[in-house]
Design a binder for this molecule. Structure first.
Ligand code: NAP
Length: 344
């Protein structure tokens, strides 16, 4: 079978690898779709820890083709989505219920072979069923949605709350939808590209803002702004210094800031502790998807979250590797890899 391999940091190839055989407690999955995430680019450039040689791809779903020995709960022909994050279950964090902070956390598609391949091995502990009548491309969104769900859970959005989302990539556009579902009545998305702002308004943003068009903090929080005094909750979903700096200043006193965006390790941003203290802001980091994958799969299966407009391109493995090697194209939200040789 064919796979996109990270041979070493900086070296990506598409080539023939042996079709894997599922062991005890494992499923062999024929991959139907696998999303290219910014993390794949970071992994290629050594900016995110991985263990090459490895097949990349951590946002995938597919059809169970074979079930390993002594494996229950799943059968051939089922559609499943992969929760890539494998916790040990034994360390003190796992035993306290914080599996995303596991001391021995491993991820499928990062530390062990993933979904940019015709077939992938999926431990049953990481598999969640999806309906067979779902568009096979949509399963690839369960993983990013599960990460957003964790952030939205942590924000504790109250019905009628106001929300600002900084960054109109796939994460920001999913957070906009989740915030509306959670009961927010005013959701402002801030992003530079006009197409993304238009899409956000289709997906539930009540207003959008181009941060280059003026002073975004005043445009949101000022007396004549979109949310005078600031938002109850601000989600940072761009992962850049400018938006991290802006995020506490866009929250109202007593409000909450959730950092979902990933900035390069070691990079710092100036935050005014007096402001956090004096205005009692909650400043929260949200990392991956502890116990949220089932709900994410249900939200996608039910159509409650609209993922179709987030698909920018569908490509094969070769073009997928090219896409990982280069930055996202302007306007691009999510590129999905469909391994051609598995197409039924
Ligand atoms: P993405 O496609 O790069 O989206 C981020 C968007 O932010 C960009 O599309 C860009 O759109 C916008 N942006 C950049 N600078 C901006 C600025 N100054 N003001 C406003 N918007 C700005 O990435 P993504 O896939 O949506 O992921 C977003 C972040 O979440 C990344 O850092 C990713 O690594 C992280 N992430 C975190 C988790 C977690 O568990 N916490 C999980 C998955 C991903 P415009 O060009 O339109 O401005």
């Amino acid at each position: 079978m064919q796979a996109i391999r990270l041979d070493a940091i900086g070296q990506l190839s598409v080539g023939e690898v042996a079709k894997p055989v599922p062991g005890s407690g494992e499923l062999l999955v024929r991959v139907e779709s696998c999303g290219i995430c910014g993390t794949d680019r970071h992994i290629l450039h050594g900016e995110f820890p991985s263990t090459p040689p490895v097949t990349l791809g951590h946002e995938f779903s597919g059809i169970v083709e074979a079930v390993g020995p002594d494996t229950s709960g799943f059968s051939v022909g089922m559609r499943v989505t992969c929760d890539p994050n494998i916790s040990c279950g034994l360390c003190s964090q796992c035993r306290s219920g914080r599996v995303n902070l596991c001391e021995r956390l491993q991820a499928i598609g990062i530390h062990r072979d993933g979904g940019f391949a015709d077939y992938a091995i999926l431990p049953v502990t990481q598999a969640f069923e999806l309906p067979l009548d779902l568009d096979p491309l949509h399963g690839a969104f369960c993983e990013p949605l599960a990460c957003c769900l964790h952030g939205v859970d942590m924000a504790k959005i109250e019905t009628g709350a106001s929300v600002v989302v900084l960054g109109g990539g796939v994460i920001g556009l999913l957070v906009v939808q989740l915030a509306r579902l959670a009961g927010a009545t005013r959701v402002v998305l801030v992003t530079r590209q006009a197409e993304k702002r238009a899409l956000a308004e289709r997906l539930g943003a009540t207003a959008t803002l181009d941060p280059g068009a003026g002073e975004p903090i005043a445009a949101i929080c000022g007396p004549d702004g979109l949310l005078p005094g600031g938002a109850d909750v601000v989600f940072e979903c761009a992962g850049v210094a400018e938006t991290v700096r802006q995020s506490p200043r866009m929250a109202k006193s007593g409000g909450t800031v959730v950092i979902l965006g990933v900035m390069p390790q070691g990079e710092t941003v100036a935050i005014e502790p007096f402001d956090l203290l004096f205005r009692e802001l909650k400043f929260i980091g949200s990392f991956i998807n502890p116990f949220t994958h089932r709900r994410a799969a249900d939200l996608i299966a039910s159509g409650a979250i609209d993922v179709a407009p987030l698909i920018s391109r569908v490509v094969g493995l070769d073009e997928g590797a090219q896409s990982i090697r280069h930055p996202a194209r302007p306007g691009e939200i999510r590129v999905l890899v469909v391994p051609q040789s598995t197409a039924p």
